[in-house]
Write a protein that binds this ligand. Structure first.
Ligand SMILES: CC(=O)[C@@H](O)[C@H](O)COP(=O)(O)O
Ligand SMILES: NCC(=O)COP(=O)(O)O
Length: 238
């Protein structure tokens, strides 16, 4: 099965927010991602709404015909939004409110009770749950124990190490994928994946179901256009 590409459109919203007004239009961008072949749209609302806004999330939901993935820290406000909007998937990320961007996965052992309760709420609402984790086996196994359907591997360390030493960079992720499989968890991945490093990642990670990509993809679209950029990312996933 081919790995699905979910485009994170936070950066489109960040550009719009820099000026006020509605250029570029995030709703149009979400629809265009799907039109140009993305198999999903990801958003990551943050408490200060400096990227995608809560209301954007509400307005995008009815437009999505593929898969809608909402990522974020499960505060009360975030949970209420997700339960109202009912995306196909929610990805829980342990970011503090002032995080510049996501910079770590969950310690699923220390947060066992918290995550179990939250995942239970989303499960009751029929929303698939994914937990953002690093490559440590005990935290992936912990994600299964709190009831998650999937994990999303935090790929920033892979992206950083890939240019100098691809084999070394991928090794912990191959092991993590095996642990996820043994734990009967579906496998997603994201953060800093790009046209440079995506093909190698996908070729080497068994059972990869979905990647969510924003920063590099939207940046490349400035030069190539969104349609060609999405096509190029999808080629890396073949
Ligand atoms: C969880 C993850 O890696 C992404 O959601 C990333 O944090 C993008 O969010 P920003 O665009 O707000 O940095
Ligand atoms: N979950 C990762 C994501 O949505 C996008 O991360 P990035 O490509 O913006 O680093």
């Amino acid at each position: 099965m081919m790995t699905r590409l979910s485009v994170n459109i936070n950066k489109i919203a960040t550009l719009r927010n820099s000026r006020g007004g509605n250029i570029p239009n995030v709703l149009e961008a979400a629809m265009n991602c799907e039109k140009f072949g993305a198999e999903g749209v990801t958003v990551h609302p943050r408490p200060d709404e400096r990227h995608i806004r809560y209301n954007d999330v509400r307005e995008i939901r009815p437009l999505i015909t593929t898969e809608f993935n909402i990522e974020g820290y499960p505060s009360k406000k975030f949970m209420d939004l997700v339960l109202e909007v009912k995306p196909h998937q929610v990805t829980l990320v342990p970011d503090g409110p002032d995080a510049l961007t996501s910079n770590a996965g969950w310690n699923t052992l220390d947060n066992k009770e918290f995550l179990t309760e939250i995942i239970g709420e989303f499960k009751k609402a029929g929303i698939r749950t994914s937990v953002f984790v690093g490559t440590e086996a005990r935290f992936i196994e912990g994600a299964a124990k709190v009831g998650a359907d999937r994990v999303e591997l935090y790929t920033e360390p892979y992206a950083t190490d890939y240019p100098a030493a691809p084999e070394k960079a991928i090794a912990p992720f191959i092991q993590a994928a095996e642990v996820a499989m043994e734990s009967e968890l579906g496998l997603n991945a994201g953060h800093d994946l790009s046209l440079e490093n995506l093909r190698f990642f996908n070729q080497n990670i068994p059972g990869l179901l979905e990647v969510s990509i924003g920063h590099a993809l939207i940046s490349e679209a400035i030069y190539l256009g969104l349609e060609l950029t999405i096509l190029k990312y999808k080629e890396c996933l073949r």
